[in-house]
Design a protein around this ligand. Structure first.
Ligand SMILES: [Zn+2]
Length: 80
């Protein structure tokens, strides 16, 4: 669990109503900041399905989805 998720969990538990809209909004932000792997076949954003890799940019790996801002995790891409 990353530090953002941990911090939000603490807030949920100790200060905020767990079901509050504010918690959901912050959770969305935490999810976006947490690196996720692009989809395997067409390299699309796992959050919004925007294409995040192009053939002519074969070795260009975006850190964030240009569409929704989702943080991307390319860590085991070289295994392919
Ligand atoms: Zn996206």
């Amino acid at each position: 669990m990353n530090k953002y998720q941990k911090s939000l969990n603490t807030l949920r538990k100790e200060y905020l109503n767990n079901d509050s809209k504010e918690c959901d909004i912050l959770q969305e932000l935490v999810d976006k900041a947490t690196p996720k792997k692009p989809t395997k076949i067409y390299k699309r954003c796992p959050n919004c399905d925007h294409k995040v890799s192009w053939n002519y940019y074969a070795d260009r790996k975006l850190n964030y989805c240009p569409e929704c801002g989702q943080r991307l995790d390319w860590s085991d891409e070289d295994v392919d």
